[in-house]
Design a protein around this ligand. Structure first.
Ligand SMILES: *Cc1c(COP(=O)(O)O)cnc(C)c1O
Length: 458
């Protein structure tokens, strides 16, 4: 340990930024289970995926042996516009809590999309362009992913069609306008543009949509439009791979000051930011070089790790995407309308699912009213207005720091602050007005959904 107290913000120089993404799967003893084709229920081949995804991204998706993938210069140049992101020592929060713990957070909200999603969006848009494609489709729930992808597509001169869950489309008109500013077309989902959209609207005329349904629409349009492919902002291995820039930068910055993280905390929706943050630290843990704790935080309204089942499941409502083995609540599970839209997904990254099953990672669930309380406390002392999703990690970081206060342990805590909450002020309003509620699904509700998991022999 050096005596060099770290500054409030640790920035890296451009030449200290990672030149390759790190593929944790290469070092995992138990590899994540392979994706299965929804048609044959056999491990899916690159060829089967090629109608849906870009070629280079398929290679990254299926590769669990190559430890690192070089980041192309064009992507590194784009990264330089908003990276390296600062690693901040939360001195003010530490003082306020009166904890002997050191708290660091890696802040990913310093770009117009307001979240870490841009790290993968730019990579996916780059490979689509390189393949000579005309455009890409995607879904967006809360809107952060759609915004990030719109920015990346405009930079690489690609068309971008976004299917936005209808209730968000109506509730977050400003998100929609940001996407249109970057040239994307934004369609509320379910729509009349697709077969699946028309079917769903016929069955449920007044529906406000869901992420699973928007995915199915975006995939349908991509596979039926010449020169188009589909891209996804979380869950997949390739997305987690791109997000490792977060963890690699964080580790380099900590190393500069001789710091070792004892506890690493992140919010988990589909698992991409958390997976990216922890990858280099999990490598050390797997190799026996570190005994740090890794904690995934999920909303109690959508507890896929803490209350779901580790099984093969569909990634979307329309069951057109490959099946993935993961901790899941069932693809038919519709999470309650919580205020952290980015964490409302029924499943989890297969890499994180395996780490959790192997006991390398822990998981906890937290209620949204406690989350907003922590968010407000953080905003008032550290200045940054956090996204509701990110605030799940803040809540648990504060809890762990307070435990250190009781025991007098000087632990070093690192958490991922994935984004800012400017588009979430309606949620903050509900919290301030005291009308925010906590929804915790009953065991029966979860069991009913799990009963509908696909059943087959492998
Ligand atoms: C999308 C999002 C998340 C959750 O996604 P992961 O893939 O689990 O990282 C968390 N925070 C913010 C701000 C987001 O936009």
């Amino acid at each position: 340990m050096s005596n060099n107290e770290s500054p409030y913000k640790i920035y890296l120089n451009e030449d200290e930024m990672p030149k390759a993404w790190y593929n944790l799967r290469a070092d995992m003893k138990n590899k994540p289970a392979p994706l299965l084709s929804p048609k044959t229920l056999k491990p899916i081949t690159a060829e089967e995926l090629s109608g849906v995804f870009c070629e280079e991204l398929i290679k990254q998706e299926l590769d669990d042996t190559t430890p690192s993938f070089e980041i192309p210069t064009e992507i590194r140049d784009f990264y330089k516009m908003f990276r390296p992101s600062p690693l901040v020592r939360a001195y003010c929060l530490e003082k306020k809590l009166g904890t002997p713990a050191k708290i660091y957070y890696k802040f990913e909200g310093n770009n117009t999309s307001g979240s870490h999603k841009l790290n993968s969006a730019v990579a996916q848009a780059y490979y689509a362009k390189k393949q000579g494609l005309k455009g890409v489709t995607t879904e967006t729930g809360a809107g952060q992913w759609g915004t990030a992808l719109s920015m990346a597509c405009s930079y690489f001169d690609l068309e971008c069609k976004v299917y936005m869950v209808k209730c968000s489309y109506e509730q977050k008109p400003f998100r929609r306008e940001v996407m249109r500013t970057y040239g994307a077309s934004v369609t509320p989902s379910p729509s009349m543009d697709t077969q699946i959209g028309r079917e769903i609207l016929k069955k449920f005329p007044g529906t406000s949509g869901s992420l699973g349904c928007a995915i199915s629409e975006a995939v349908e349009v991509a596979t039926n439009t010449e020169g188009y492919r589909y891209v996804l902002g979380s869950v997949l291995n390739q997305v987690l791979l791109h997000q490792t820039v977060i963890g690699l930068e964080a580790k380099t910055a900590l190393d500069k000051y001789g710091e070792k993280a004892d506890i690493i905390i992140g919010c988990a929706g589909g698992g991409s930011n958390l997976g990216g943050l922890i990858s280099p630290f999990a490598r050390d843990k797997i190799k026996g070089e570190s005994d740090c704790r890794i904690i995934a935080v999920e909303p109690s309204s959508c507890p896929s790790l803490t209350r779901g089942k580790y099984a093969y499941d569909y990634c979307d409502t329309g069951m057109v995407c490959p099946l993935q083995k993961m901790y899941t609540l069932g693809s038919g599970y519709i999470p309650a309308a919580s205020h952290a839209g980015g964490l409302r997904y029924h499943g989890m990254s297969s890499i994180l699912s395996q780490l959790y099953d192997d006991g390398i990672m822990e998981a906890v669930s937290v209620k949204q009213t406690e989350v907003f309380k922590a968010a407000e406390e953080f905003a008032r002392i550290e200045g940054i207005l956090p996204a509701p999703e990110s605030s799940h990690a803040i809540k648990v970081a504060i809890d762990e720091a307070l435990k250190c206060k009781e025991t007098g342990e000087e632990k070093t805590i690192l958490f991922g602050l994935t984004g800012t909450g400017y588009f979430d002020m309606m949620s903050y309003e509900k919290f301030h007005d005291g009308i925010m509620t906590d929804y915790i699904p009953s065991d029966e509700e979860i069991q009913n959904s799990l009963d509908n998991l696909p059943k087959f022999d492998l």
